[in-house]
Design a protein around this ligand. Structure first.
Ligand code: NIG
Ligand code: FE
Length: 411
């Protein structure tokens, strides 16, 4: 018979996927579809067949999964991927008991990475981030959100965003760009916060939106960083220019970031370690996805976000790495999947949804990514694992065997 598919992945022992084109919330986050002895066919980069291996149509190329587990490609929906330098010198301060906000207030932290990022050329940043992304791809990440926020000036924020654009054009990992000029107040504006906020709201946000340099705008709403009033001003400006809204909220102190996210109907609120019942109710009411970052809890020695209370309150929860050189210097989303179970107390089924469909929704791509369903982009992982539980139970090894992005085998 003449091949009708470009690619067929056959002999999938178990195909596990959430289903849908919107985030799954509350109890529905645990609903995963399981198919044994399955096959997935691809045409034009999209999924054209899912069903019994025995009934699959012929294809030009066939991959034999040899009984392995298949899931959607992983989506790391919160990273600070592009930065100059590292911060191993602060590791000693941290081990000696220095807190994250103390280090930042002393001119370290985000500000030290800003100095290094400003010194780096665009080519340096592309080269470094490309290698980090390649590592993420081998661990199963097929789509990655990347925030600016280490430039903190017109020139260097634009430079960071151009790096993300260039990496997205190179592929194979797809990038979603977030403008985060409100990551910290740059040192040269310490005596004039208003001037920096005006630069962000009146110049950078309109430019970033107009040039298509980012899809989202994010703000670090935290004690000593940006207040809820300032975050409101920034996010309202971003919304007026058509950017999606994200906010770093309740990471250390619950100062009102979640309440603002709920009120503005932000796409997502991130961290949420210190969220209480009032914050959860506001997020649920606003349909805001909670992007939880368990590696940051581990690394900062903080509690894990109250994921179970969020699900009980009807929220949708996503899980991401928060990869950055300070609070989460790991780009390993598989580790975060383990921590999603061990720290956040999600079940493997809930955690799978958290790094696939709900992560896709957190970057505004749930219509085309995040599940294995006909019509969606063919982003699929084969795991050296017999079932879903195994993936979450083993930890510290890379269990990904093969990666297919946009219908093409890339690992
Ligand atoms: O999400 N909290 C703010 N931003 C990052 C940390 C950035 C850094 O320390 O360089 C975070 O944890
Ligand atoms: Fe972050």
């Amino acid at each position: 018979m003449k091949p009708v598919l470009s690619l067929l992945v056959t002999n999938i022992g178990l195909l596990a996927t959430p289903e849908g084109r919107h985030a799954r919330c509350g109890d529905a986050q645990a609903e995963i579809t399981l198919q044994h002895n399955a096959a997935m066919g691809v045409e034009d980069g999209n999924i054209a067949y899912i069903g019994p291996a025995a009934l699959a149509p012929p294809a030009e190329t066939v991959i034999d999964a040899k009984g392995r587990l298949a899931t959607p490609g992983l989506i790391d929906c919160h990273t600070h991927l592009v930065f100059g330098g590292w911060r191993q010198q602060e590791f000693l301060q941290k081990l000696a008991g220095g807190s994250y906000l103390d280090i930042l207030a002393a001119g370290g932290g985000i500000l030290s990475t800003t100095r290094a990022t400003r010194l780096a050329t665009e080519a340096d940043l592309i080269d470094k981030a490309e290698r980090l992304l390649a590592e993420m791809l081998t661990h199963g990440v097929t789509t990655c959100e990347a925030k600016s926020g280490y430039g903190l000036s017109f020139e260097h924020e634009c430079k960071q965003l151009r790096v993300v654009k260039a990496l997205n054009e190179k592929g194979p990992v797809e990038l979603v760009s977030t403008f985060m000029g409100a990551h910290a107040l740059p040192e040269e504006f310490v005596d004039d916060r208003e001037a920096y906020l005006a630069l962000l709201c009146d110049t950078l946000i309109p430019l970033v939106a107009q040039e298509g340099l980012a899809s989202f705008c994010d703000v670090f709403c935290e004690t000593g960083v940006f207040s809820p009033t300032e975050a409101r001003r920034l996010l309202v400006a971003a919304q007026a220019h058509g950017l999606g809204l994200k906010i770093h909220a309740d990471e250390i102190d619950p100062i009102g970031g979640s309440l603002l996210a709920g009120e503005l109907g932000a796409t997502s609120a991130e961290h949420l370690i210190a969220s209480g019942d009032e914050e959860i109710a506001a997020l649920a009411a606003g349909g805001v996805i909670g992007v939880l970052l368990p590696a940051t809890s581990l690394y900062l020695g903080k509690p894990y976000a109250p994921a179970r209370r969020m699900l009980a309150g009807g929220m949708a929860v996503a899980v991401a790495s928060d990869f950055n050189p300070g609070s989460s210097p790991s780009n390993n989303l598989q580790l975060c999947m383990n921590l999603a179970c061990l720290g956040l107390n999600l079940t493997p089924a809930e955690a799978l949804c958290a790094v696939t469909l709900n992560a896709a929704a957190a970057v505004g791509q749930a219509q085309r990514l995040g599940t294995l369903q006909i019509g969606k982009q063919a982003d699929l992982l084969l795991w050296d694992a017999p079932d879903l539980e195994y993936v979450f139970y083993r930890f510290g090894s890379n269990l990904v065997y093969s990666v297919i992005k946009n219908g093409r085998q890339v690992i």
